[in-house]
Design a protein around this ligand. Structure first.
Ligand code: PCA
Length: 339
């Protein structure tokens, strides 16, 4: 602790003692029930308050507070409220936020390696996604380390399918449609299907659907459910294209500044959050689909012609990715195929 911050916390403690607020459980931020924590980290995340990733992040935060005995407290800010989804990584890299959660493949434009989990049909089940993650993690940790970031944990979204208003007999039925994208892969897919990609954050998706800015998209049952997609769209084609991942990242300097107990607690809670979050994603995958059906949506596998189109598009995208991702990409795919 520096001299100035020691004086500051002494002053805060003295102030609380004299006003009697401390005994009422009011910390320096004025929230009831929060004891004086040695360190308090804001944790911006991109997805809604009730989304399973956000709920998992909150459990992770509770675990950290418990395990570090209050030495480090994480405060989760959902739905892009502190930093918008597409600002979170930069905020953590530059130290504006010490920790955050974001969609990994949203950074594919920065480096193709970030897109390993959005290569169509490379890994379309939870088991395969687990293996691919184990194969990719070492290369990814190195890449993040070069970017001033420490990787804590990652949890997959449920499998990706196509939302549409009308029946899709083949990809041709998506021609000219305004198709929402959330990363480079989904934009490329839209283009290859002849649709017009529009990049939109999950936090703005309901609005974009309601105003007609978006007429179709590819995503999980989770995001369809979170966005009340049944208010505008009628169908979900269970394409099982890939299971994209969210990941939790920490600013390296913030990490290095932590005491040993808080660091160890973060690592232990991260391992727990990865296991529990993944189990929850798997458990909820079917539940989301049931909810879409209960709201009157038609849920089906893609028809044979649509499937053939998606496979053809998938092959083009896989070829492009392998070429772009070079040696690192090759290492990941080879390690994955051996598992
Ligand atoms: N939901 C996020 C990313 C993948 C997913 O299933 C989204 O649509 O933005």
């Amino acid at each position: 602790m520096t001299r100035v911050s020691r004086i500051r916390s002494l002053t805060a403690a003295a102030l609380l003692a004299t006003t009697g607020l401390a005994s009422m459980g009011f910390g320096p931020s004025g929230h009831p029930g929060r004891a004086l924590a040695a360190e308090r980290w804001d944790m911006p995340v991109a997805y809604p308050e009730t989304n399973f990733h956000t709920e998992n992040a909150k459990k992770f935060a509770a675990c950290e507070k418990d395990t570090s005995k209050g030495a480090l407290e994480l405060v989760v800010h959902s739905n892009g409220s502190l930093f918008k989804g597409n600002e979170i990584k930069r905020a953590v890299q530059t130290g504006q936020a010490p920790i955050g959660e974001r969609l990994l493949s949203a950074h594919e434009n920065e480096n193709p390696l970030f897109g390993f989990d959005a290569v169509p049909f490379l890994a379309s089940s939870y088991d395969a996604s687990d293996k691919l993650w184990r194969a990719a993690r070492p290369s990814l940790e190195k890449l993040l380390d070069r970017q001033n970031l420490v990787l804590l944990y990652s949890v997959p979204w449920p499998p990706q399918g196509i939302y549409a208003k009308k029946e899709l007999k083949s990809a041709a039925d998506l021609k000219g449609l305004k198709f929402r994208s959330y990363n480079a892969a989904t934009a490329k897919m839209a283009e290859l299907m002849g649709a017009a990609p529009v990049q939109i954050e999950a936090a703005e998706l309901s609005q974009a659907l309601a105003t007609g800015v978006v007429e179709g998209f590819i995503s999980s049952g989770a995001t369809g459910y979170d966005s009340k997609v049944w208010e505008q769209l009628d169908r979900w084609y269970d394409a099982q294209a890939w299971l994209p991942r969210n990941y939790v990242l920490v600013n390296k300097a913030a990490w290095s500044g932590l005491d040993g107990t808080s660091k160890k607690a973060l690592q232990d809670c991260a391992a727990k959050a990865e296991a529990e979050g993944t189990a929850r994603s798997k458990e909820l995958a079917d539940w989301y689909v049931e909810q879409l059906k209960a709201k009157g949506m038609k849920v089906e596998p893609p028809s044979p012609p649509l499937k053939a189109d998606l496979e053809r598009i998938g092959q083009t995208m896989t070829g492009d990715w392998v070429a772009k991702a070079g040696e690192d990409g090759k290492t990941i795919v080879e390690a994955y195929k051996k598992m």
